[in-house]
Write a protein that binds this ligand. Structure first.
Ligand code: HEM
Length: 527
């Protein structure tokens, strides 16, 4: 009797569940997708990807799926519907929306690290914190960082002098300098107070990304219970200790300064007629809160952390824990992405000598033989280099995949498909950026893809390395300005050489896109 009743309850619950999902299943049935089986859906296919012997293998398999199944791909992870999009018109529908701003559940794996920081928070908290943080990356603030960018770029040149003539991994240098620059600019911590090794921090971040990536792919590790029993949980604890100890120290230093009346103010740099020019070459049609032209005023010309601490002392409700979460977020998002971008750029210069020569030509025209610092005005003149940076970000987007949770049924633009509420959407930038229709010879490194007339005639959402819409990258202008100063300083001093061709890059897409084979180059002194 008991078993009969149990079976009946189970059966009725199943029927109820099926009926409640009729709407979702009806809409999903119209979306093309990866073959699926009843109940488990496409889980076996995904396990196949997750079971790959190396992360590189995983990246290749995921890319092959996106190529094989088209621009709208559905897959069922058991009862969970996931849709991958690579058509710019569909990507625009999702990213430009003010409704679908929530991240997918996978971003939750970041929680022990980034808490409710800007990258993963949602709703009113995200809106309020975005409003608070975005002005601290306004161009007027960034211009005040030019000196720090210059001094640190020259430091790297000094260090690279020791590598002349031998092959080495340039990512090690890019990673370390990026952390140091971030600490000095956004966090306002001077070199003397940076008592923790930036390289240790960067290495811990890289290892954390490996673990988080494993959790998305190895389906059994998604469960907190199983994860906490695994060896990865122990490593995560150790790594987070290294990472959080840096952020805690940074905040402590700043608070001591604040209590001693020391306020980190960014110097005002006024350069006539240049305020409205774009430093990132991206603003056409993709304007967001970072493109706000209004002068942010004296009060707000403060670097990120100074402003956070000042705000918390002046009636803005932001707790110490929330400040720490934002510092962790900016440190992560601001360093690993730019380190990857600059390392790919220098590798590509080493491979494409003819293009590197054109960059030299531009640098020589602007700087001649002089050793002077790169000014903000110079960065606006670096048009060819800017195109090379864009082309690097197109072919090797540091963030290869963006996820969104769909908050209400949404009709796509590329076909008669409606994605039901509750679906997770994945936007594959690596694939999106290589669509032949928008980039002829899509795998070829060709900076002319970013000639103004080509950009003007292309769908804006065909190239979105910094994402786009309300949740676009808050550090976009910071990243482009810093990359221009750093890379121009390096190339004024060295010629890059690479023995590895692009087709032999071993790519690994664990959260941030990298070369598993290392960014191996040699440098040769120019002067
Ligand atoms: C080449 C360098 C960079 C690239 C390619 C890049 C790319 C991106 C992308 C694609 C997103 C959206 C992620 C998602 O929705 O999952 C994002 C978000 C974000 N980025 Fe960047 N980023 C770069 C540099 C930076 C820098 C330098 C900072 C800060 C100093 C930064 C801070 C952030 C933050 C805080 C978010 C979350 C914004 C929000 O959700 O409101 N990024 N970035």
């Amino acid at each position: 009797m008991f078993y009969y009743l149990g079976f009946l309850v189970f059966f009725l619950a199943y029927i109820y569940w099926k009926i409640s999902r009729r709407h979702v299943e009806r809409l999903a049935s119209k979306i093309p997708g990866i073959p699926d089986l009843p109940i488990i859906g496409s889980t076996l296919e995904i396990l196949n990807v997750g079971y790959s012997t190396t992360p590189t293998d995983t990246f290749k398999k995921a890319y092959d799926y996106l190529t094989k199944y088209g621009r709208v791909i559905k897959l069922w992870l058991g009862p969970k519907l996931v849709v991958f999009l690579t058509d710019p018109s569909d990507v625009e529908v999702i990213l430009s929306s003010k409704v679908h701003i929530d991240k997918t559940p996978e971003y939750g794996f970041f929680k022990p690290w980034l808490g409710d920081g800007l990258l993963i928070s949602t709703g009113e908290k995200w809106r309020a914190h975005r409003k608070l943080i975005a002005p601290t990356f306004h161009l007027n603030v960034l211009k005040g960082f030019m000196d720090v960018f210059n001094v640190n770029s020259r430091d790297v040149v000094e260090k690279l002098n020791k590598e002349v003539g031998r092959e080495f991994d340039v990512h090690d240098y890019m990673s370390e300098i990026t952390v140091e620059i971030l600490l000095e600019t956004a966090m306002g911590v001077s070199k003397q107070n940076q008592d923790q090794n930036a390289f240790d921090y960067a290495t811990a971040v890289m290892k954390m990304c490996n673990i988080l990536h494993l959790r998305t792919l190895k389906l059994w590790l998604r469960s907190d219970f199983i994860f906490n029993l695994s060896k990865y949980a122990k490593s995560q604890k150790k790594l987070l200790n290294t990472i959080h100890s840096l952020t805690r120290k940074v905040i402590k230093h700043k608070k001591v300064d604040y209590n001693n009346g020391i306020r980190g103010e960014v110097p005002e740099i006024v350069e006539k007629d240049q305020t409205k020019q774009t430093v990132d070459g991206l603003s056409h049609g993709l304007r967001d809160d970072l493109d706000d032209d209004d002068d942010i005023g004296e009060k707000k010309r403060m670097a990120f952390l100074d402003f956070m601490i000042d705000a918390s002392q002046n009636q803005v409700v932001i707790s110490d824990e929330e400040i720490k979460e934002q510092v962790d977020t900016i440190m992560f998002e601001g360093h690993d992405t730019t380190a990857a971008a600059s390392s790919f750029f220098l590798s590509l210069m080493g491979i494409h000598q003819d293009i590197q020569d054109k960059v030299f030509q531009e640098l020589d025209n602007i700087f001649g033989d002089s050793d002077r610092k790169c000014t903000f005005a110079d960065t606006l003149e670096l048009k060819y280099m800017e195109r090379c940076i864009m082309e690097t970000l197109r072919l090797y987007p540091p963030v290869p995949l963006i996820g969104r949770q769909i908050n209400e049924d949404v009709k796509l633009a590329s076909g008669d498909y409606t994605i039901p509420k509750g679906t997770s959407v994945g936007i594959g930038l690596f694939k999106l950026h290589r669509l032949e229709e928008f980039f002829p010879e899509p795998d070829k490194f060709n900076p002319d893809n970013f000639l103004p007339e080509k950009c003007a005639n292309r769908h804006y959402y065909a190239f979105i390395p910094f994402s786009a819409g309300p949740r676009s990258c808050v550090g976009r202008k910071y990243a482009m300005l810093k990359l221009k100063v750093l890379l121009s300083t390096i190339l004024r001093n060295f010629r890059m050489q690479s023995n590895v061709e692009e087709k032999d890059f071993v790519l690994q897409g664990d959260i941030i896109l990298k070369r598993k084979d290392g960014f191996r180059i040699t440098v040769e002194t120019r002067k």
